[in-house]
Design a protein around this ligand. Sequence first.
Ligand SMILES: *[C@@H]1O[C@H](CO)[C@@H](O)[C@H](O)[C@H]1NC(C)=O
Ligand SMILES: *[C@@H]1O[C@H](CO)[C@@H](O)[C@H](O)[C@H]1NC(C)=O
Ligand SMILES: *[C@@H]1O[C@H](CO)[C@@H](O)[C@H](O)[C@H]1NC(C)=O
Ligand SMILES: *[C@@H]1O[C@H](CO)[C@@H](O)[C@H](O)[C@H]1NC(C)=O
Length: 369
Amino acid sequence: MGEDSALAEEAQQAPEAVARGSRDDSSPQEPWHLRNMISKSRWKLLATLALVLVVMVWYSISREDRYIELFYFPIPGKKEPCLQGEAEKIASKLFGNYSREQPVFLQLKDYFWVKTPSAYELPYGTKGSEDLLLRVLAITSYSVPESIQSLKCRRCVVVGNGHRLRNSSLGEAINKYDVVIRLNSAPVAGYEQDVGSKTTMRLFYPESAHFNPKVEDNPDTLLVMVAFKAMDFHWIESILSDKKRVRKGFWKQPPLIWDVNPKQIRILNPFFMEMAADKLLSLPIQQPYKIKQKPTTGLLAITLALHLCDMVHIAGFGYPDAHHKKQSIHYYEYITLKSMVWSGHNVSQEALAIKRMLEIGAVKNLTYF
Ligand SMILES: *[C@@H]1O[C@H](CO)[C@@H](O)[C@H](O)[C@H]1NC(C)=O
Ligand SMILES: *[C@@H]1O[C@H](CO)[C@@H](O)[C@H](O)[C@H]1NC(C)=O
Ligand SMILES: *[C@@H]1O[C@H](CO)[C@@H](O)[C@H](O)[C@H]1NC(C)=O
Ligand SMILES: *[C@@H]1O[C@H](CO)[C@@H](O)[C@H](O)[C@H]1NC(C)=O
């Protein structure tokens, strides 16, 4: 009882005490019991603050909660340590001394003001497609979002479309990466538990574009177009400028109506296609050469991630082995390995390339590879 009333008294005096204390702490006019009370109330205030802080930290850690980022407390054992520049360092063993100066996305200024000559035609360069490309770049954007740009260390995950994601329960883990890269028309809706719901970037080409991007992507997802042919530029321009649609020249009809914000669209620098083909698959890229084989979007995405990120993890890569020929290759639809025969991708050679990347530690697998 007595303590209660003392507390109330102290609480009343506290503001006054603080104000006075800041002026002169050891004023001789102050009676000793008052000074004693001031220091006692300060002590209690400090103790209360400390207690609140401890509870907050404990609560944040136990809940794995976002407050922690707000208060800049280290999160013990939460995320994997991310070493700045690590991916680039290891990747240089595969790609040689390639430079990070290559822009991730094609920029208008490189085609408008300074005409950057390209050594190759699509999909390895832009030679001969500059005029069409220029029209696309004039209505789209090239910036890497500030939210990625400002990160000291970028943790990225490339989510493949493989069947191994089924029942993986990796959704929550995937959502925690800074950058989540997805491929082609892989759905998210209905598969969140296994593949997550965050999509920072989605790589696609017209024939692989999802017909309903609003459902499968976030409002700020970057839709990164991989151009294989000049027609691909024509397609995206006709969609964004609402011009007469092109119907011929595709191996599968791409969407004619495509509900996207032009600000979300990016054009991937063909440099990454060149790197994936030349350095990872040793494909002949010198032209004129009739392109029979090309890297998959998945391998291209890993190449891009090694350039953009400091840490690269992969999930949902790999195909069923020879004993499971009837198993689906995708997590969301039933198609078998047979469908890959005429795709122009060499699945076994890509597997070797990915194995090598795992071995040297350039990437880490979240699902069996
Ligand atoms: C790559 O760069 C490193 C350091 O910048 C240098 O020591 C090395 O000789 C270079 N390698 C090649 C093949 O140019
Ligand atoms: C996923 O789990 C469900 C329910 O537990 C099961 O019926 C299904 O066969 C599993 N699918 C795979 C591919 O393991
Ligand atoms: C695919 O790659 C493997 C391994 O590099 C090679 O043995 C095979 O001949 C390639 N297949 C084709 C069709 O090029
Ligand atoms: C990664 O792949 C290897 C086989 O290549 C496998 O042993 C390991 O379990 C995989 N990691 C995860 C997390 O699935």
